[in-house]
Design a protein around this ligand. Structure first.
Ligand code: NAG
Ligand code: NAG
Ligand code: NAG
Length: 182
C-alpha cells in the first residue's frame, strides 16, 4: 500500500512538472496582451487571442493596444497571403479539371457514335481514353500546393462510370458473336 501511494505521488509530481513545463514553453502573455485580450475576449475568445499574440515576438514587445493591433493586422496580412496562394493554385487546377472534363465529354460523344454504328473497338479505345480524365483531375488536385480536393467525390464517380462503360464495350469488342447485338 505504501509503495502504491509513493508511486501515485511520484506520478502526480511528474504530471505537475510536465504541465508546468508546457505552459512555460508556450510563453506567458505579457500584461498588455492579458489586458487587451480580456477586453476583446467576448468577441474573439480570450484564449485564442492570448495564444495567437503571445506566439508572436512582436506582440510580446508591444507597449500598448495600438501596437497589438498592428501585430494582429500583420498576422492577418500573412494569413491572407497564404490564402491567396491556396486560391490561386486551386483555381488554376480546377480550370485544368474543367478542360479535362470537357474533352472527356467530347470523347464520350464520339464513343456513342461508334457504339451506335457498331464500331466497338473504336468505341472501347475512346472510352478508355475518356476514363483517364477524372483521375488526371484528381492527381492534379492531390498534388496541388493548395492541398485541397473539392472534386474527390465527383472524380471517383466519373472514373467508375467511365470504367464501367469501357469494361462493357471492350468485352463486346473482344467477342465477335455479340457485335451485331449492340
Ligand atoms: C508589421 O509588418 C511590417 C512589415 O512586414 C514590419 O515592418 C513591422 O515591424 C511589423 N510590426 C509589428 C508590430 O509586427
Ligand atoms: C492562415 O491561413 C491558413 C490557410 O491559408 C490556415 O490554415 C491557418 O490556420 C491560418 N493561420 C492563422 C493563424 O489564422
Ligand atoms: C456533354 O455532351 C452532351 C452531348 O453529348 C451535352 O448534352 C452536354 O451538354 C455536354 N456537357 C458539357 C459539360 O459539355
Amino acid at each position: 500500500m505504501a509503495m502504491h501511494r509513493q508511486v501515485a505521488l511520484l506520478l502526480a509530481l511528474i504530471l505537475l512538472l510536465a504541465t508546468g513545463d508546457g505552459s512555460l514553453a508556450v510563453g506567458t502573455p505579457s500584461a498588455i496582451i492579458t489586458r487587451t485580450c480580456a477586453a476583446v475576449g467576448g468577441q474573439v475568445g480570450y484564449d485564442s487571442c492570448a495564444g495567437a499574440l503571445s506566439a508572436d515576438p512582436a506582440a510580446a514587445a508591444a507597449k500598448d493596444a495600438r501596437q497589438l493591433a498592428v501585430v494582429a493586422t500583420n498576422l492577418t496580412v500573412a494569413n491572407v497571403t497564404s490564402t491567396v496562394l491556396v486560391l490561386d493554385d486551386l483555381v488554376k487546377n480546377l480550370r485544368a479539371c474543367l478542360r479535362y472534363y470537357r474533352d472527356m465529354n467530347k470523347t464520350l460523344k464520339g464513343a456513342l457514335g461508334d457504339l451506335r454504328a457498331g464500331r466497338l473497338e473504336a468505341a472501347s479505345d475512346k472510352l478508355l481514353d475518356a476514363s483517364h480524365a477524372p483521375s488526371d483531375c484528381d492527381i492534379l488536385l492531390f498534388e496541388g500546393r493548395a492541398e485541397k480536393n473539392p472534386m474527390s467525390k465527383e472524380n471517383t464517380h466519373a472514373a467508375w462510370l467511365s470504367r464501367l462503360a469501357y469494361a462493357i464495350a471492350s468485352s463486346q469488342a473482344l467477342n465477335p458473336r455479340h457485335r451485331r447485338q449492340v
